[in-house]
Design a binder for this molecule. Structure first.
Ligand code: ZN
Length: 76
């Protein structure tokens, strides 16, 4: 039983790290990973925006694409 809880906590930490690195709410993704396990971790990978030039998923906060150096226009 203890091992299962430990694995679920690991999913929470992983989801939190992935989600926050993509500009999402780390605490929210930690909870999602902790409650949903692998499903929460997968949803964290969907966080972020897609680069219009190279179609790679990058952080919401990125101003320049790290893959192809496409520059995003500021939206505000
Ligand atoms: Zn790009």
């Amino acid at each position: 039983m203890g091992v299962v809880v430990f694995i679920w906590i690991l999913f929470g930490i992983a989801a939190g790290l992935v989600g926050s690195s993509r500009g999402g709410n780390g605490c929210l993704y930690f909870l999602a990973g902790f409650l949903l396990g692998p499903i929460g971790l997968i949803t964290a990978f969907f966080e972020g925006k897609r680069c219009p030039r190279c179609q790679k998923k990058i952080s919401n906060n990125a101003m320049v694409c790290p893959y192809c150096s496409y520059e995003f226009k500021s939206e505000n």
